[in-house]
Design a protein around this ligand. Structure first.
Ligand code: PHE
Length: 457
């Protein structure tokens, strides 16, 4: 590496403690995916059978790709585009993975920030009690009033974006790391309280049965693709987020162990969210598969009927806001660090530019429930399209190329060396197993699932 590169890298910020690394990485993985996507997708696609495919995708594909990304990021200590340029100079254009990652970040942020916008609005509504009604017709009307109002939709989205941009302005250590270190423990505490409250309800057994009984008849190629897409989305992989965070990892951090912990903790959060939601849903006679609105329509109606419902509901929406904050920080960090390092502009300018671009790019999704509700591409609103394209196409495609890069280009020796922290850890067997998955299993599986799920074979 050249001297000037070294100088840039030595000024680069990073995570300062081992717990900070874990909190930030887990903060990225945990998000709306656990609370808004996981329960409603599981509900709609057959409960435990979906869960099983999701678990397999996470283990066989998600974990190895996550480890690969973090390793590449830490090795290069740069944004995804520069990282791949440095690690693969002059050959095939692997850095395009970074470009597609940036596109994915914008796509995901465009709809994600809108859901977070509703969550933020709901925190206020929960506090003042205006959504506390046991009549789903009333909670539905409350949600419609919010989501169908173009001005409120845009304004709340901007509030969210500026809030996240503000944390990023404080930097990687004092912004991302400091805040996720506080938020992650709070998240687990809130989830345990909520899960515990839900399990005391009459419908607990039925709710858990729904989550843990397989309904194989619902399984299809597109359901498998959805489960795999969820695995990518959940672990924030396939788009350079983990590569970016990897570039902030400490050199003595044990990458496979950290990734494994993040994966397990993330699964726990999803299951706890399911345990908090489904028993309550069944107890009060709601439909489990009512889609993403489960969180905004069903939950308030459910809480309204529970003892201490008001407090629990505030807790639930604060919890969701907390989870979403860590994920949004990592999503926005990708374009910010790319613009900052590639264009040589200051970090604050890069944040401003990203915010402005996002306000424009996100408006399509923000207005999908109001002004643009009739505007559809391939039968999907801009909101649904951004969601579908990112989870089911861009992230898995990014995953294939990351796995191929490590498995066929970077090579086993460099991978083992990097995973062992330059010989400090003796984990060669684990590294070899992960390498095998990356070289053969993950890319082949991803491709197969994508082709089948998209009806191409
Ligand atoms: N993992 C986050 C969630 O579950 C979403 C995310 C996807 C974050 C991709 C970063 C990158 O909500």
């Amino acid at each position: 590496m050249s001297q000037s590169n070294n100088r840039i890298n030595s000024k680069r910020e990073g995570f300062s403690s081992s717990f900070g690394v874990l909190a930030a990485t887990l903060g990225s993985a945990v998000g709306l995916g656990n609370i808004w996507k996981f329960p409603s997708l599981t509900g709609a696609n057959g409960g435990a059978s979906f869960l099983l495919i999701y678990l397999l995708s996470t283990l066989m594909i998600g974990l190895p790709v996550m480890i690969a990304e973090i390793t590449l990021g830490r090795k290069a200590k740069a944004n995804p585009i520069t990282a791949l340029r440095t690690l693969a100079p002059g050959r095939l254009p692997w850095w395009l993975i970074g470009v597609s990652g940036m596109a994915a970040a914008f796509l995901i942020l465009s709809f994600y920030s809108e859901v977070v916008a509703w969550v933020f609005a709901y925190v206020l509504k929960a506090v003042n009690g205006s959504i506390l009604s046991s009549d789903p017709a009333v909670t539905l009307a409350a949600f419609d009033t919010l989501s169908r109002d173009p001005v409120q939709s845009l304004l709340w989205q901007w509030v969210v974006l500026v809030f996240i941009g503000g944390i990023l302005l404080c930097g990687v250590t004092k912004g991302i790391e400091a805040i996720t270190k506080k938020l992650m423990p709070l998240l687990f505490l809130l989830l345990l309280l909520l899960g515990g409250a839900s399990l005391t309800l009459d419908g607990a057994a039925q709710g858990l049965g729904f989550l843990f009984n397989p309904e194989w008849s619902k399984l299809s190629a597109s359901v498998v693709l959805t489960a795999m897409g969820l695995a990518f989305f959940k672990l924030s992989i396939g788009m350079g987020t983990m590569m970016t965070y990897g570039s902030y990892f400490r050199d003595d951090q044990n990458i496979p162990v950290t990734a494994f912990r993040v994966m397990c903790a993330d699964l726990c959060v999803s299951l706890l969210a399911g345990i908090a939601i489904f028993p309550a849903v069944f107890t009060f006679g709601f439909e489990p598969s009512s889609g993403p609105s489960l969180v905004f329509i069903t939950i308030p109606a459910v809480f309204a009927q529970m003892p201490m419902g008001h407090v629990l509901m505030v807790m639930f929406f604060v919890l969701t806001a907390v989870a979403a904050t860590g994920a949004m920080l990592s999503l926005m960090e990708v374009p910010v660090v790319i613009l900052h390092e590639r264009l040589g502009i200051s970090r604050s300018k890069a944040i401003m530019a990203t915010l402005v671009l996002l306000m424009v790019a996100g408006s399509g999704a923000a207005l999908s429930h109001s002004t643009l509700s009739e505007f559809k591409v391939a039968g999907l609103t801009m909101f649904d399209l951004a969601d579908y394209l990112s989870s089911n196409i861009l992230l898995p495609t990014g995953g294939i190329f990351i796995a191929l890069f490590v498995g066929w280009f970077w090579g086993v020796d460099r991978f083992i060396q990097a995973l062992s922290n330059q010989g400090q850890l003796s984990n060669a067997t684990v590294a070899r197993a992960i390498f095998f998955l990356l070289r053969y299993v993950s890319p082949a599986l991803i491709l197969l699932v994508m082709l089948q799920g998209l009806d191409l074979i």
